[in-house]
Design a protein around this ligand. Structure first.
Ligand SMILES: Cc1cc2nc3c(=O)[nH]c(=O)nc-3n(C[C@H](O)[C@H](O)[C@H](O)COP(=O)(O)O)c2cc1C
Length: 401
């Protein structure tokens, strides 16, 4: 296992493994970042810094969750703003962290009001404090857009290009632009960032959402003294949106991508690498489980590479991209379901669903139990997904539709 190389890099910056902390509560002060480094995280993006004149006040509660029927947190809403701490305090902490952890990667996330001087001043100061790269937060979907910043910038291609250019003029370290998924076409914004000179792209920030309504009080969640506001959705539920966005960006532009969105286990990170990311950021799962999850991420990734006979994590990057095509290019040969009798408990759920909303191909045979009438089956796979016992698989044999 020790021979497996899980180091990665972007813009000439080397990382001991592809996992870094995304900007958020786990990086909201220097003490937390150091704790993360001690646990094995190779890099961290600080909670977004802003100029002191941009007033930011957090409300409470500012989190709400969506649980699966089994009680697992699968979605997370926050209405937290950027860092409320003063810039000077942050600059001192960045200097200290880099002094004691020079080999660890520290990225300064910044946001400013839409003035050239504000962005350039923030970027210059953060660079001077010693960060390895700067991430531009053009993507926070709540609170900050009301002040004309955050996602208000990342939803506007011209502003994205212009502000990226301002920052590029002011600093020498690599500039990463963090994109919002709350746009019609994320590749247009990625292209604008690159036109402005961005060296890398982070995607995605949270997805704008309303996580729920309390049915006792009829108040939207999280309820802040009876009222709420649309927030940012993160955690497991947003991984499909993040994967789609990263894959679209990777297919459109050639630039290092730092993926973020719904990474809760090493497998999620591998998926992001396969669609073109070279670094994977994590926020919500660390909030739910603590910094120690990095160890299972590293072990899982190494074991996966070994099982696949790969020597380096870099071999994974973008491997699945070529398998994403337009719908009209997909094959018309379909797999068909088959029932593994030894797992089937004859609950008849597949048959009920098949008859109510599917093609009605599942039948009950008095002697042999459930069977599939292939003359009616169009291979949609619904029966396999609803089976509680995983007794239905899609066969390797293919049939022409
Ligand atoms: C409570 C909370 C606060 C966040 N604050 C920031 C922030 O200050 N700056 C930023 O760029 N992203 C922020 N994010 C977004 C995360 O960095 C990340 O892009 C997003 O949550 C998706 O990743 P995840 O599913 O691993 O959490 C925040 C997310 C959460 C949940």
């Amino acid at each position: 296992m020790t021979m497996i190389d899980i180091t990665t890099s972007f813009c000439g910056i080397e990382l001991p493994n592809p996992f870094i902390l995304a900007s958020g509560p786990p990086t909201s002060d220097g003490r937390k970042i150091i704790k993360a480094f001690e646990n094995g995280w190779g890099g961290a993006i600080v909670k977004t810094l802003k100029p002191d004149h941009l007033e930011v006040v957090d409300v409470g509660p500012r989190f709400a969750v969506l649980k699966s029927k089994k009680g697992e947190i699968i979605g997370f809403q926050n209405i937290e703003l950027v860092s409320t701490r003063s810039l000077d305090v942050w600059l001192e902490e960045i200097k200290e962290i880099k002094k004691y952890y020079p080999a660890h990667v520290l990225i300064g996330s910044i946001m400013a009001d839409v003035k050239k001087g504000s962005w350039q001043d923030m970027a210059y100061k953060v660079q001077k404090a010693g960060v390895d790269a700067i991430e531009l937060n053009f993507s926070c979907p709540h609170g900050m857009p009301e002040k004309g910043v955050g996602a208000a910038i990342g939803q506007n291609a011209d502003l994205t290009e212009e502000i990226t250019r301002w920052v590029k003029e002011a600093v020498d370290v690599p500039v990463i632009v963090k994109l919002t998924p709350n746009v019609t076409d994320i590749t247009e914004i990625a292209k604008a960032a690159l036109k402005g000179g961005a060296d890398a792209i982070s995607a995605i920030n949270t997805v704008q959402c309303l996580i729920g309504i309390d049915l006792d009080t009829l108040e939207p969640l999280p309820s802040v003294d009876g009222y709420s506001t649309f927030g940012g959705y993160s955690g497991i539920a947003i991984k499909p949106i993040g994967l789609r966005a990263v894959a679209q960006i990777a297919k459109t532009v050639s630039v290092p991508i730092l993926a973020t969105g719904g990474v809760s286990k090493w497998e999620d990170a591998v998926e992001y690498l396969l669609v073109g990311a070279c670094v994977v950021q994590v926020c919500t799962q660390v909030m739910l489980e603590g910094y120690g999850i990095i160890r299972s991420f590293i072990d899982g990734l190494k074991r996966f590479l070994m099982d696949k006979d790969m020597q380096s994590v870099r071999e994974l990057i973008g491997l699945s991209l070529g398998k994403l095509k337009s719908h009209s290019e997909l094959s018309l040969k379909s797999k068909k379901p088959y029932i593994r009798k030894q797992l089937c408990k004859s609950c008849l759920k597949c048959m009920k669903i098949s008859h109510e909303v599917g093609c009605g191909a599942i039948k009950l045979n008095e002697l042999d139990g459930l069977e599939i009438d292939y003359s009616h089956c169009d291979g949609c796979s619904l029966c396999a997904h609803v089976c509680p016992y995983e007794a239905i698989s899609m066969s390797e044999a293919v049939y022409s539709l």
